[in-house]
Design a protein around this ligand. Structure first.
Ligand code: PMP
Length: 396
């Protein structure tokens, strides 16, 4: 294929995506990603960020990040194993281990590459991975990269998991077997059934891996899903992101010293991609300090999410069965969901629609992420917009 034919091929496919309403137009924010954002000069109450605790724009984090830039500069200068490990990285990893209650931790440049790195550094073609069908794309890619046999189980269906675990074990085909799950599922806000997963893993002698991108900073008084269930000693890989509740960027695995030492010599983004910047790691360490010393931000986030859920439900919306601040408003049909989100935008509320193929057909939803940074007035504005648009489009 020449570059000319490639271009024609791409154009045809892009047009097809646009015709089917599957092309995502990106509107840049003019300013910070806070509780209120500005797009094309329009101010909008922001219900679409993963910035659960409002830390992305926290003054304390900004201050330490600026100081780190003054002292260390803007870049780490190399990959971790050459000379891109600053004392700041070590401090962050020690703090992460303390936060998660493990012997050690390793930080990566993002949650996405953390999953790709950690899964593929431990699992290989002689192994099997039992993976929840709704696990995040980065888990799926990490599993594929490892070349292990991927066995998907129905979402949070423990009978299905047990049957597949038994079959995999009894087949005698695999060296190692891992069960991997999101801690909190981001489309519905449901929490994985970790006690049962751990029990099945123990029964069949398997490893466990929890991606707690949406649980850390949120559940277990901020320490995450594993802590929420009191299972810190039973989960081998506690993976998390530094980009959501922590408000910055990065990913990590917390676990035993041997696991972390292994990841430091075998995981490719650690070996071959430049490390997190001084500002990032310093802000993350500060965020962890804040979370370990007070639950004030979590309390506010839970209060705001209860307020939003209660009022949306009172208006007659179907908000699913979320156990976390993630608040889906289920609209159903794809076009109706997109229309709903567009009308909210016109009313000054930014809440993204999520439709097939991200969620099953007919379960389109507008997803709301209330945070500690929202004021009651902002939430009231959003609730009023929901009422107006819901009545206008015949949803309530
Ligand atoms: N895992 C899950 C469950 C996620 O939701 C995300 C973010 N969408 C990631 C991993 C990737 O994290 P990051 O954005 O930090 O790369």
């Amino acid at each position: 294929m020449t570059s000319k034919t490639l271009d024609a091929f791409l154009q045809e496919n892009l047009e097809d995506l646009k015709a089917r309403g599957l092309y995502n137009e990106i509107d840049p924010l003019e300013g910070a990603n806070g509780p209120v954002i500005t797009i094309k000069g329009k101010k909008l109450v922001n219900l679409s960020s993963n910035n659960y605790l409002g830390l992305a724009t926290d003054e304390r984090l900004k201050k330490v990040a600026i100081e780190a830039v003054k002292e260390y500069g803007v870049g780490a200068g190399a990959v971790r194993t050459i000379n891109g490990t600053l004392d700041l990285h070590v401090k962050l990893e020690e703090k992460l281990a303390q936060f998660k209650g493990t012997e050690a931790a390793i930080a990566y440049q993002s949650g996405f590459n953390c999953n790709m790195a950690a899964i593929s550094a431990v699992m290989d073609k002689n192994d099997a991975i039992l993976s929840d069908e709704l696990n995040h794309a980065s888990i799926i890619d990490g599993c594929r990269l490892s070349k292990a046999k991927i066995i998907r189980f129905n979402h949070s269906d423990m009978e299905d998991l047990r049957a597949k675990a038994k079959e995999a074990k009894e087949s005698g085909q695999y060296n190692k077997i891992m069960i991997i799950t999101d801690g909190v599922f981001s489309m519905d806000g449901d929490v994985c059934k970790l006690p049962e997963i751990v029990e099945i893993a123990e029964e069949f002698d398997m490893m466990t891996y929890v991606d707690d991108a949406h649980g850390s900073g949120v559940l277990g008084k901020g320490k995450g899903t594993v802590k929420h269930f009191g299972l810190q000693d039973k989960v081998d890989f506690q993976m998390g992101t530094l980009s959501k509740a922590i408000g910055v960027v990065g990913g990590y695995v917390a676990g035993t010293q041997n696991l972390i030492d292994w990841l430091k010599v075998r995981s490719r983004p650690f070996l071959f991609s430049t490390s997190l910047t001084p500002a990032d790691v310093t802000a993350c360490t500060e965020a962890l300090d804040l979370l370990m010393n007070s639950t004030e931000l979590q309390d506010k986030m839970w209060e705001n999410s209860a307020y939003l859920k209660e009022n949306l439900e009172k208006l007659g919306f179907d908000i699913g069965k979320s156990e976390t601040p993630i608040t889906p408003v289920i609209i159903g049909e794809e076009q109706a969901t997109q229309d709903f989100s567009k009308r909210l935008y016109e009313e000054g509320v930014y809440a993204k629609s999520i439709v097939f193929p991200t969620v099953p057909r007919g379960t389109g939803r507008v997803r709301n992420m209330p945070s500690a940074a929202h004021t009651k007035e902002m939430l009231d504005q959003a609730i009023a917009a929901y009422e107006k648009v819901g009545k206008e489009l015949g949803i309530i």
